[in-house]
Design a protein around this ligand. Structure first.
Ligand code: 3HC
Ligand code: NAI
Length: 699
C-alpha cells in the first residue's frame, strides 16, 4: 500500500506532504510516513523542511477511530520529539484546520505559517481528552498563558489572525501557501534565523495568570459540569510552569491516560461520530436531487413559528410569516424583535445585522403569499383538524414541488399528508423550543414522503445550523415518545416517597442539564393537563403517574410562568425554592392512592429514569422509528439536555452492559410494576446474544 506521506525536494527545501483524506488525521501510516520523511530530509541536501497537507485541511488531529484500539508505533509524542530535534529548520504550512495533534505537530516545528482562512485549536476536551502530544507544554511556552488557557480549556479553535496576535503562528498569507512557505523557509535559512524550539522556551505564571486559571476553572465547572478532562487540561498548564519540559510532558501523558481511561472519553468520542452519522439516511442515494430552498413560508407566528422564522432568516433565506390575523402576526414579529434586542444588548448581534435579518421576514395573513414558497412549515395549534385544514389550503395554493412540513409534536404526519393531493411532498420537521437556540431537528419521514423531500430537509437543517435526525411516524416520534416513560417514572418516584428537589438533584448531579420536574415547570404544567383532558381514564393510565401534576395545575401552579409549580420561584432571581405546599399535595395524593411512602435512593431514581429512556429507545429502534441507536443519543443530547459525557441514553446503557440493564429492568418489573417494566425484545435478544446496540440497523 502506498504511503499517505510523500517527500520531495523543492530546490533547497524538502517538502513533506500528508495526503490522508478526508481530514489528514494522524493515523499510524501517517505517523510512520512522517518519521520516514524526516529521516530522509535529515540526510539529503535540503536546508529546511516544510510540512504541508493536500486536500481540504492541514492535519485535523489524531485519528479518533484508532482510540480504544491497542496503540501502534510510532507514537505521536516520539514523532514530535524527532521533529522538534530535527537538524534542518522546519516550517509548518497550515490551511483549513490544524486541530489537536495537527496543531501539536505545527508547534513542534520551528516556524508556523498559515492561510488567512485557517483555524487552529486544541479541541481535545470536547472528546473527553486533553492534548496528549505535548500541546499543553508547547503552547504555553510558545504563546503564553492567556492563549493556552483559553484554547486548551475551551477547546474552541481560533482564527489565523487571532493565532497570529497570540504568536501561536508567525505569519499569515492570503494564497499560494506552499510557495510562500518554501520561500519563507529559504529566507529564514539565508538570514541565519535560529531553529526556535518550543521545548527550550521558558514559561512562568504571573499572579494575573494564576487568577485567570482560577476564573477559567470556575467557568468550566459551570459550562462543562461533571466533565473530567477540562480541569485536568488546566492542571497540565500549571505543570508547564512548575516543571521542566520533560517532566511536564510526563505529567501531561499521565493525565492524558487518566482521561482516556475514563468512560467519559469513549462517550464523547461516540458522540463525535454519532453526530456525523445522524446526518446520513440509509438507503438514500447521495445523488438524490434536492429542492433549492430560498423562500420559506411559516404558518403560525407563535412560540415555535417565530423561532423557526429566525433560523431561516438568519441563514439569509426569505421568510413569509403568516398567522390568522394582523394582530397575531404583529405579536409574533414583536416577539422576534424582542429576542433580537436581547442579542444586541448582549453584544451577539449588531443593530445592522438585526435590521438585515428582520428585512428577510415578511408578515402575512393571506395564504396566497405562500404560493411561490419552496418550503412551508406549519406551526399552528397542536390539533389535528386545524393542521389538516391548513394543509388542505396549502395544497390548493403552493406551487408544484414545494415541500410542506409540519412542526407537530405528536400528531400523525401521515394523517396530515393524507388530506393533500401530494402526500409525497409532506413530512414532519420537528423543531425544539426555543427553536432559534436548540440544535436538534427531527426530520419525520411520512409513509409517502419522497427521497427529495427527505434529502432536502436533512440538507436545509445543516444550512440553518441544526443537527438533523431522521425519525419515523409514531406518537411523539423519537424524543417525546421516550419522555413518556421518563416522566411516568419521575411522577412515580415522587408519589412513592421522593421530593422534587431529590429527584431533580439526583438527575442533575448525574449530569442532566435540568431535572425532569424543573423541566415540567419550565415548559408549563398546563400543557400536559390540557392534553390529558382529551383522554379517557383508560388512556390516561395509572393516576399515580399524573394526579399530582393535575392537582398542582388545579391549584393555579402552572410552573415558572405562574411563579409556582413543583417549586416556588423567587420573583427577583427566579431561583427555584422548595415548597412545603407541594409536599402537602404529594403526601395527600400518596395517601389517597393507598401508597405508603418510602425512602428512595438517588441511585434508584437515576436507574429508573435512565433505563426507562433506554428501554423505550430500544423499542423505537426495533420498530424502525430511528435508524440507529446513536441517532437516539443525538436526539437526547441536543434536544433534552442529556449529558454529552454519558454519550446519550443508548450509549449509557451499552456502556453499563445490556445484560446488566436487562437484569435491572427485570428487578423493577418484580419490585415496582410488571406492566411498566417489560424489557424490550431487542434488549432481551442483545443480552442473550452478547450483541451490541451500536450494530443494530433498523430496517
Ligand atoms: N479522526 C478520524 N476521523 C475524523 C477526524 C479525526 N480526527 N476528524 C474528522 N474525521 C472524519 C469524520 O468522522 C467524517 O467522516 P465521515 O465523512 O465518514 O462522516 C470526515 O472526517 C469529515 O469530517 P466532518 O464531517 O466533521 O467534516 P467538516 O469539514 O465539517 O469538519 C473538521 C472538519 C473541522 C476537521 C472536523 O472533522 C473536526 O473537528 N474533527 C475533529 C478534530 C479533533 O477533535 N481533533 C483532535 C483529535 S484528538 C487528538 O488529536 C489527540 C492528540 O492530542 C494526541
Ligand atoms: P403557539 O400557541 O405559541 O402558536 C401557535 C400560533 O399558530 C398562534 O400564533 C396562532 O395564532 C397560530 N394559528 C393557529 N391556527 C392558525 C391557522 N389556522 N392559521 C394560521 N395561524 C394559526 O404554539 P407553539 O407552542 O408555537 O406550537 C406550535 C406547534 O409547534 C404545535 O404543533 C406544537 O405541538 C409544536 N411544537 C411546540 C413546541 C413547544 O415547546 N412549544 C416544541 C415543538 C413543537
Amino acid at each position: 500500500m502506498s504511503s499517505p506521506v510523500s517527500y520531495a525536494l523543492h530546490d533547497t527545501v524538502g517538502v513533506i506532504t500528508i495526503d490522508n483524506p478526508p481530514v489528514n488525521a494522524l493515523s499510524q501510516a501517517v505517523r510512520a510516513g512522517i518519521v520516514d520523511a524526516l529521516e530522509q530530509a535529515a540526510s539529503d541536501s535540503s536546508e529546511a523542511v516544510v510540512i504541508a497537507c493536500a486536500g481540504r485541511t492541514f492535519i485535523a488531529g489524531a485519528d479518533i477511530t484508532e482510540f480504544g484500539r491497542p496503540p501502534q508505533e510510532p507514537f505521536l509524542p516520539f514523532l514530535l520529539d524527532q521533529l522538534e530535534q530535527h537538524p534542518k529548520l522546519t516550517v509548518a504550512a497550515i490551511h483549513g484546520t490544524a486541530l489537536g495533534g495537527g496543531l501539536e505537530t505545527a508547534l513542534a516545528c520551528n516556524y508556523r505559517m498559515a492561510l488567512s482562512s485557517a483555524k487552529v485549536g486544541l479541541p481535545e476536551v470536547k472528546l473527553g481528552l486533553l492534548p496528549g502530544a505535548g500541546g499543553t507544554q508547547r503552547l504555553p511556552r510558545v504563546a503564553g498563558a492567556q492563549a493556552a488557557i483559553t484554547m486548551i480549556g475551551s477547546g474552541d479553535p481560533v482564527s489565523a489572525s487571532k493565532a497570529l496576535a497570540w504568536s501561536v503562528i508567525d505569519r499569515v498569507v492570503n494564497d499560494d501557501l506552499l510557495t510562500e512557505a518554501i520561500s519563507w523557509a529559504k529566507e529564514l535559512v539565508a538570514s541565519g534565523a535560529p531553529q526556535r524550539k518550543a521545548c527550550d522556551e521558558t514559561f512562568t505564571l504571573s499572579d494575573d495568570d494564576r487568577q485567570l486559571i482560577e476564573t477559567t476553572r470556575q467557568a468550566l465547572n459551570k459550562k462543562t459540569r461533571g466533565e473530567f478532562a477540562p480541569q485536568r487540561a488546566l492542571d497540565c498548564i500549571v505543570a508547564a510552569a512548575e516543571l521542566d519540559f520533560k517532566a511536564g510532558l510526563k505529567r501531561e501523558r499521565e493525565l492524558f491516560i487518566e482521561c482516556m481511561s475514563n468512560p467519559q472519553a469513549a462517550a464523547m468520542q461516540h458522540m463525535f461520530f454519532a453526530e456525523r452519522e445522524a446526518a446520513k439516511v440509509d438507503g438514500l442515494d447521495r445523488n438524490t436531487p434536492k429542492v433549492t430552498i430560498q423562500k420559506v413560508g411559516i404558518i403560525g407566528a407563535g412560540t415555535m413559528g417565530g423561532g423557526i422564522a429566525m433560523c431561516f432568516a438568519q441563514a439569509g433565506m426569505h421568510v413569509t410569516l403568516l398567522d390568522r390575523d394582523e394582530d397575531a402576526v404583529a405579536q409574533g414579529i414583536a416577539r422576534i424583535e424582542k429576542n433580537y434586542a436581547i442579542s444586541v444588548k448582549r453584544g451577539r448581534l449588531t443593530d445592522d445585522q438585526v435590521s438585515a435579518i428582520m428585512g428577510n421576514i415578511t408578515p402575512a395573513t393571506d395564504y396566497q403569499a405562500l404560493a411561490d414558497a419552496d418550503l412551508v412549515i406549519e406551526a399552528v395549534f397542536e390539533n389535528l383538524a386545524i393542521k389538516q385544514d391548513v394543509f388542505r389550503t396549502l395544497d390548493g395554493i403552493c406551487k408544484d414541488g414545494a415541500i410542506l412540513a409540519t412542526n407537530t409534536s405528536y400528531q400523525d404526519v401521515n394523517a396530515i399528508a393524507a388530506v393533500t393531493q401530494r402526500p409525497e411532498w409532506v413530512l414532519g420537521m420537528h423543531f425544539f423550543s426555543p427553536a432559534n437556540v436548540m440544535r436538534l431537528l427531527e426530520v419525520v419521514r411520512g409513509e409517502k414522503s419522497n427521497d427529495t423531500v427527505i434529502a432536502t430537509a436533512m440538507a436545509v437543517a445543516k444550512t440553518i445550523g441544526k443537527t438533523p435526525v431522521l425519525a419515523g411516524v409514531c406518537y411523539g416520534f423519537i424524543g417525546n415518545r421516550m419522555l413518556q416513560p421518563y416522566f411516568r417514572e419521575t411522577s412515580l418516584c415522587l408519589i412513592e416517597g421522593a421530593t422534587p428537589a431529590q429527584i431533580d438533584g439526583a438527575m442533575e448531579r448525574w449530569g442532566m442539564a435540568m431535572g425532569p420536574l424543573a423541566v415540567g415547570d419550565l415548559a408549563g404544567l398546563d400543557i400536559g393537563y390540557k392534553a390529558r383532558e382529551q383522554l379517557s381514564d383508560a388512556e390516561k393510565g395509572n393516576p399515580a403517574s399524573y394526579l399530582v401534576a393535575d392537582r398542582l395545575v388545579e391549584a393555579g401552579r402552572l410552573g415558572q410562568k405562574s411563579g409556582a409549580g413543583y417549586y416556588r420561584y423567587d420573583p427577583e432571581t427566579r431561583a427555584r425554592l422548595d415548597d412545603p405546599d407541594v409536599m402537602a399535595i404529594v403526601e395527600a395524593t400518596s395517601a389517597e392512592l393507598g401508597i405508603t411512602r418510602r425512602a428512595i435512593s438517588d441511585e434508584e431514581i437515576v436507574d429508573r429514569l435512565t433505563l426507562a429512556l433506554a428501554n423505550e429507545g430500544a423499542r423505537i429502534l426495533e420498530e424502525g422509528i430511528a435508524q440507529r441507536a446513536s441517532d437516539i443519543d443525538v436526539v437526547y443530547i441536543y434536544g433534552y439536555g442529556f449529558p454529552r459525557f454519558k454519550g446519550g441514553p443508548m450509549h449509557n446503557a451499552e456502556a453499563r452492559g445490556i445484560a446488566e440493564v436487562v437484569a435491572r429492568i427485570n428487578e423493577f418489573a418484580e419490585t415496582l410494576s410488571a406492566e411498566n417494566w417489560q424489557p424490550s425484545q431487542l434488549l432481551l435478544d442483545l443480552a442473550a446474544s452478547g450483541g451490541k446496540l451500536r450494530d443494530v440497523k433498523a430496517h
